[in-house]
Write a protein that binds this ligand. Structure first.
Ligand code: KIV
Length: 265
């Protein structure tokens, strides 16, 4: 998979699948799956580090997670999130952040919003770095948005979202994530854009879908957004395995002979 495939899949109508990934061992499993593409999302701050928002994510943190994912899934196309403010402090600092993520193993970067990001997007693209946009609920702006809530419900907000999506395409983004917006709006943007849209909580008519890995595996037990489908009861299965191990040790059932080294003959 590369950015040419994204474009081709938009044209042929084949849906694009993405999941988030933050670590080596799950990257190894994803590498053996059919999933098209991996995002090292700044949601790592929340999912892996227990933060309440993505704001505490830093470039160093994102580079560390990207390095682990690139080691585990070298065959997958890896996109890494530029974290909070790392691309809003001027071109040089932004490019230093991009450099760290690419050197950690990302093949593309993602950033949130359109307004004020035109220069950095154009500069990355001219420098040979693919950029993915992100509109709708942009979690790095959670305080400005007044919480994690559906965006683009009112006509003015919907029009602004459409305009921002076109700006991102014009600046050279190869795809754009649409997060938590009404399905009809996502469908309209998808039809109007020359680049693929990747939805999360944006209905069925985007060019692809992304989910947080831990959400789709049923590992997250605190927040369960409406748009998530659990493909596994991961947390329950893991708890069951842990309790079984605990019981077997207590009852002296584990370890058995086959788990024990013999003396040399
Ligand atoms: O950080 C993340 O996980 C994301 C996805 C939800 C698109 O940006």
């Amino acid at each position: 998979m590369n950015i040419k495939h994204f474009q081709r899949m938009k044209q042929t109508g084949e849906k694009i699948t993405l999941v988030t990934c933050y670590d080596y061992w799950s990257a190894r499993i994803i590498a053996q799956s059919d999933i098209d593409c991996v995002l090292v999302g700044d949601s790592a701050a929340m999912v892996m580090h227990g933060q309440r928002t993505t704001i505490p994510a830093t470039v160093e943190l994102m580079a560390t997670h990207t390095r682990a994912v690139a080691k585990g899934a070298p065959s997958k196309f890896i996109i890494a999130d530029l974290p909070f403010l790392s691309y809003r402090k001027g071109l040089i600092q932004a490019m230093e952040a991009v450099e760290q993520l690419l050197q950690a193993g990302a093949q593309a970067i993602k950033l949130e919003g359109a307004d004020g990001n035109e220069e950095i997007i154009r500069h990355c693209v001219k420098s040979g770095i693919p950029v993915m946009g992100h509109l709708g609920l942009t979690p790095q702006s959670v305080h400005q948005l007044g919480g994690f809530r559906v965006q683009g419900k009112e006509e003015t907000a919907a029009k602004q979202l459409q305009a921002h999506a076109l700006t991102l395409a014009e600046c050279g983004c190869f795809a754009v994530v649409l997060e938590m917006i009404p399905g009809a709006l996502a469908e309209h943007i998808t039809a109007a854009l020359p680049i693929p849209t990747i939805g999360i909580g944006a209905g069925a008519h985007t060019d692809g879908q992304i989910l947080v890995l831990q959400d789709l595996l049923g590992m997250t037990t605190d927040i369960e957004p409406t748009f998530v489908k659990k493909y596994l009861e991961g947390a329950a299965l893991i708890k069951e395995a842990l309790n079984q191990y605990h019981q077997e040790v207590k009852q002296k059932v584990f370890p058995k002979q086959q788990h024990t080294y013999e003396n040399a003959a």
